[in-house]
Design a protein around this ligand. Structure first.
Ligand SMILES: NC(=O)c1ccc[n+]([C@@H]2O[C@H](COP(=O)([O-])OP(=O)(O)OC[C@H]3O[C@@H](n4cnc5c(N)ncnc54)[C@H](O)[C@@H]3O)[C@@H](O)[C@H]2O)c1
Length: 335
């Protein structure tokens, strides 16, 4: 059985990925300090899979502590999710983001070194791209992150590439996720953003639950219905992409560093999401049109040909699945 260390295993994407890993026969260990999650997630993973996951409640930036704990263990792969991810907050508190996101990546790399893990999968993001580039973005599109959060993701990729150049047997993939959304079909796992949510779907579910109105930013974009178009991908599909990535690395005999977009290649506008949400959940949403947000571009889509061809990755879930599971999760409120 292959042994995988997942950092940020109690988080949104990490928890869904652990379920897929366990269901695919991997042995999983997690590190999560619950800075943006809860330990109850592991009880729900057990409920879903019948398997217990050992989690170390450690800050990955605490490299001394990591060294003392992870000196005698061996892993085949590390999937590194642990990071802060609120774009807006990163603008106001950039050092908090550089400190945590780069400190935790270096911690994960130290474990990889000490525990002989040869495969590393890194959570990157569409925020690394130059938003003014022609969309859909390919992996070769220019990079120019706008926020400190996006910068930490790009610097993370650069660190991994430098590290790769000097290591004879490492296999590293950076996965650039587009807009992960929705919840596990069991409604036992889902997104739990602390404070004010940043992304459209949690904004909708939270405002509906609190019976409040939400803002649609801009209806004068050059798109068919004049609202912004994004590439939403169901979180279970994002999790499944990690299994495809691991299987690809397992087959690779030689060292490799590569980058893949993880999206659907399909765009959905803000108004289309609203309509799909209302139709699938038989609700009426209360929203008002506000001015454009600074930095928002009309269309951001992933070109997903590379992941399809090389990782054999295909999506399974639809926008309808996203909006249905997201609302079921919010109503159930297990966080
Ligand atoms: N969710 C998205 O929309 C999205 C999009 C693109 C990229 N990403 C990236 O995917 C990864 C996972 O995102 P997510 O949505 O699951 O976030 P999340 O906040 O739900 O999960 C991250 C987990 O990491 C833990 N963590 C953070 N810093 C830590 C540290 N120093 N030590 C130990 N644990 C720590 C948190 O407690 C949390 O459980 C992140 O790297 C994020 O940047 C997310």
């Amino acid at each position: 059985m292959k042994r995988v260390l997942v950092t940020g295993g109690a988080g949104y994407i990490g928890s869904h990925t652990i379920v897929e890993l366990l269901n695919n026969g991997y042995a999983v260990t997690s590190i999560d300090n619950f800075s943006n999650s809860t330990s109850k997630t592991f009880d729900r993973i057990f409920k879903l899979t019948g398997k217990k996951v050992k989690n170390y409640n450690i800050d990955l930036s605490n490299h001394k502590k990591l060294e003392s704990i992870f000196k005698d263990q061996e892993f085949d792969a590390i999937i590194h999710f642990a990071a802060f991810k609120a774009v807006g907050e990163s603008v106001h508190e950039p050092l908090k983001y550089y400190d945590n996101n780069l400190g935790s990546l270096l911690g994960a790399l130290k474990i990889a070194y000490n525990c002989n893990a040869q495969s590393i999968i890194y959570s990157s993001s569409a925020t690394v791209y130059d938003q003014n580039e022609k969309t859909p973005f390919t992996e070769k599109s220019n990079l120019n992150p706008l926020s400190p959060y996006g910068m930490t993701k790009k610097i993370g990729e650069d660190i991994l590439f430098d590290y790769f150049k000097n290591n004879s047997n490492l296999k590293i993939l950076s996965l650039r996720y587009f807009n992960p959304a929705g919840a596990h079909p069991s409604i036992l796992l889902g997104e739990n953003p602390k404070g004010i949510p940043n992304n459209l779907i949690p904004i909708i579910t939270k405002s509906l639950k609190e019976k409040k109105s939400f803002a649609v930013f801009g209806n004068t974009y050059k798109t068919p219905d004049k609202t912004c178009i994004r590439d939403y991908i169901h979180v279970v599909d994002v999790a499944r992409a990690h299994i495809s990535a691991l299987k690809y690395l397992e087959k690779k005999e030689i060292r490799i560093y590569d980058v893949f977009n993880i999206g659907t290649g399909y765009g959905t506008s803000v108004l289309e999401i609203i309509k799909a949400f209302e139709k699938n959940n038989s609700v009426k949403l209360n929203y008002s049109i506000k001015g454009k947000r600074q930095g928002d571009v009309p269309i951001l889509l992933a070109n997903v040909k590379k992941a399809k061809k090389i990782l054999s990755f295909k999506i399974k879930y639809t926008i309808d699945d996203i909006v249905k599971t997201a609302w079921e999760w919010e109503k159930k409120n297990l966080s």
